[in-house]
Design a protein around this ligand. Structure first.
Ligand code: PLP
Length: 395
């Protein structure tokens, strides 16, 4: 029987190829609209474009066709009515928070968050009079218990969380009533989990990571219902964390290969996590795909892929980390994730350097913790490089 295009597009890998083609005519590659401004035909046209919501062909901070194509593709993968792109993941996060919260409002956020998100909630939010309660996002019922009816405007979750891969129950977040719920889904990519399908209002990504996927774009994106995204857009044109069309082009290029990249990277991450778990120089491995992960069953329920990132605790602590980082040859010491090169980073001195010692202990960011973003190299080569560098540290 002949299948319709809509039936074929039920598969995310197919949607990643078919979506986001609106602004490119018959060109298979996206068109790069570098223009920052468009000419109007007359006063009425200029007024309509200036006062409309997300109206095209006016001014790039309001809307840009290349960015729009990227947004359409992300929305198709997230199962969202619409998406809105930003200049970075932090641009997406800060714009969303400031669009939805003001003085006297309250946010419930999990404690285990990307450190810049945490720093934003603790610093600027406090300065603007926005109150934040931090909870253990892995603890059932913790978010609900912290909600102050009528005052809590936002619930912010991140799953899997950076850097220790804690899992938040998306059904639980999606069932909360009152506040707008946001899930930073960066570590999963839109192919690994779909927060909106669980009832979460907004899914947020640093598209700098797996979505763009080549370490050549700095980009963020949120997805959800049109009314909510439109209201955030109205603030975003004032905030100005607008994505560059070139980065959006690279983001869309990344989406075309997202399925095949994440398939390979997830399999390699699983292989490396399992192999390193058995190594005497490693005291713990944190990866949602491992049966030893405390929330493996929850991860199995809500993730279709366990992700391209895992973390290890080295038995030799900071000294072992220092030696390993100077000895790896194939694996590169760098602090991003989701790209083609396998990267290792030491959260305590880089991404999470701003934590106090107490916060670091609280979040499990130990001196021996390493976060590994698995790339596209042969997994056996990666294991050999890691184990050789690890064994060298014992000499
Ligand atoms: N969210 C998570 C989970 C991240 O890991 C990061 C960056 O590492 C961000 C948000 C911020 O993204 P960006 O660097 O694109 O601003």
């Amino acid at each position: 029987m002949r299948r319709s295009l809509a039936q074929m597009e039920e598969q995310p890998a197919t949607r990643a190829i078919t979506s986001g083609r609106g602004a490119s005519g018959r060109s298979l590659a996206p068109a790069l609209w570098a223009s920052s401004v468009w000419q109007s035909t007359d006063m009425g046209d200029a007024r309509r474009r200036a006062t409309g919501t997300r109206t095209g062909e006016f001014y790039s901070r309001y809307s840009n066709p290349t960015v729009q194509s990227f947004e359409e593709a992300v929305a198709a993968l997230e199962g969202a009515e619409t998406s809105l792109a930003f200049a970075s993941g932090m641009g997406a996060l800060t714009t969303t928070v400031l669009a939805l919260c003001g003085k006297g409002d309250h946010i419930v956020a999990q404690r285990n968050l990307y450190s810049a998100t945490l720093a934003f909630l603790q610093g600027p939010c406090a300065r603007f009079g926005i109150d934040v309660t931090f909870v253990d996002g892995t603890e059932p019922g913790a978010f609900a218990a912290a909600i102050q009816p009528g005052r809590t405007m936002l619930v912010l979750a991140e799953t899997p969380s950076n850097p220790r891969l804690g899992i938040v129950d998306l059904d639980e977040i999606g069932s909360l009533r009152g506040p707008i719920t946001v899930c930073d889904s960066t570590f999963a990519t839109p192919l690994g989990q779909q927060p909106l399908a669980h009832g979460v209002h907004l899914s947020l990504h640093s598209a700098t990571k797996g979505i763009a996927g080549h370490n050549d774009a700095t980009l963020g994106v949120i997805s959800g219902e049109r009314d909510l995204i439109d209201s955030i857009w109205a603030y975003s044109v004032l905030h100005g964390a607008t994505p560059s069309p070139f980065d959006a082009l690279n983001g869309l290029r990344g989406i075309r290969t997202l399925a095949v990249r994440t398939h390979h990277q997830n399999a390699s991450a699983q292989f490396l996590a399992e192999s390193l778990e058995a190594h005497p120089g490693v005291s713990a491995v944190w990866y949602p795909g491992l049966p030893s992960h405390p929330q493996h069953d929850l991860a199995k329920r809500q993730m279709s892929q366990f992700g391209t990132v895992f973390a290890v605790d080295l038995a030799g602590g900071a000294a072992a980390v220092e030696q390993l980082l100077s000895r790896v040859q194939l694996i590169r010491v760098a602090t991003s994730l989701g790209g083609p090169e396998t990267l290792v980073c030491h959260p305590r001195t880089t991404t999470h350097a701003s934590l106090t010692d107490d916060e670091a202990v609280d979040q499990g960011v130990t001196p021996g913790l390493l976060r590994i973003s698995v790339g596209l190299e042969d997994p056996a080569d990666l294991l050999a490089d890691f184990v050789t560098a690890l064994d060298d540290t014992k000499r």
